[in-house]
Design a protein around this ligand. Structure first.
Ligand SMILES: Nc1ncnc2c1ncn2[C@@H]1O[C@H](COP(=O)(O)OP(=O)(O)O)[C@@H](O)[C@H]1O
Ligand SMILES: [Mg+2]
Length: 307
């Protein structure tokens, strides 16, 4: 698997995980050292176990209100990290910091060992992002919107055309490509957002509640798409408050509560540590401090009450 890393900064770390037998390209290392690659010089080589995306002690305050506190995780090539938590737990805030849309109050986001703030443009070129709420221009057609994204991403016109028409076809939107986004259903707009995130072949895909409004067939395609994508060495940060799909597609899990990490590790580790096989039960146990049955009954009581 080919990845970038920054030799001077990570050489010790990376050497620890390297396997010369698995990765014959390592013969490049002595050459790099001899030729004095210094901090910040990029070099392409092979290794395993190094993070492509890393959050270090991230914190984000809105005024004095903490939305995210001391969040640390790493995402390696080929990993799918499920970032789980109830509404309001800080998932979208984390995503906005990870994509560089918001500056963290404290902490850092590293992409291939470098702070993303140092070169947001080239970082974003490697990133695909499906936001939780997108303001799609309602007067543009699906195709026009994707062409705008492709142009902003500096894709070549030929490549952009091929990718857009193939992906529109595969996401069952080709017949609607000349219809304005304003008349698309929620699920159709969500599919357009997925195409926009995928069309430039990103190395890291950041998804914030990507299934909202999707039809059953698209959900099934999505469930298979994520493992197929990660099998190509791509990394996925998958943010959701719904367990069903996350449980099936994620290799790593991080559970967030009120902006803080309460469990993080491989999906199996998280289950094992908590001692339950059903992630759903773990999730409810960790996150739900309300008696949902009681609240449901109280709502009905209020609704049917004559006063
Ligand atoms: N722009 C904002 N200004 C102030 N508070 C915000 C803003 N965005 C989110 N919050 C608050 O930060 C917390 C985390 O929100 P968010 O990151 O959207 O959580 P999630 O995506 O898990 O639902 C919530 O308490 C929310 O009300
Ligand atoms: Mg959110």
């Amino acid at each position: 698997m080919l990845v970038h890393f920054f030799l001077a900064r990570h050489s010790t770390e990376a050497f620890g995980d390297l396997s010369v037998i698995q990765f014959p390209e390592l013969c490049l290392f002595p050459w790099c050292q001899k030729n004095g690659f210094s901090a910040g010089r990029e070099f392409v080589c092979s290794f395993k176990g190094m993070a492509v995306l890393e959050a270090i002690a991230l914190a984000k305050f809105y005024g004095s209100v903490p939305a995210v506190r001391e969040v640390t995780f790493r995402l390696e090539p080929g990993q799918v990290l499920g970032y789980l938590g109830p509404n309001g737990s800080g998932k979208s805030t984390t995503v906005r910091v990870l994509t560089g849309l918001l500056q963290p109050t404290h902490g850092q986001v590293l992409f291939e060992g470098k702070d993303i703030q140092n070169n947001l443009v080239s970082y974003r070129k490697r990133l695909g992002y499906v936001p939780e709420e997108a303001n799609l221009y309602p007067f543009l057609t699906g195709q026009e919107y994707l062409e705008m994204i492709g142009t902003l991403r500096a894709m070549s016109p030929k490549r952009m055309k091929i990718k857009i028409s193939s992906l529109l076809e595969l996401f069952s939107l080709f017949a609607h490509r000349h219809v304005s986004l304003g008349s698309y259903s929620k699920g159709m707009r969500q599919r357009v957002l997925l195409i926009a995130a995928l069309m430039d072949n990103p190395d890291v895909l950041i998804l914030d509640e990507p299934l909202s409004g999707l039809d059953v067939t698209s959900v099934l395609i999505f469930k298979n798409l994520i493992p197929a994508f990660s099998a190509r060495g791509k990394s996925v940060f998958y943010c959701s408050h719904i367990l069903e799909v996350v449980e099936k597609v994620c290799s790593q899990l991080l559970i967030l509560r009120k902006g803080q990490v309460i469990a993080y590790g491989s999906a199996d580790d998280v289950r094992r540590r908590i001692g339950q096989s059903s992630l759903e039960r773990i999730f409810l146990q960790l996150l739900e401090d309300r008696d949902v049955v009681q609240v449901a009954n109280e709502i009905v009581d209020v609704v049917v009450s004559p006063s």
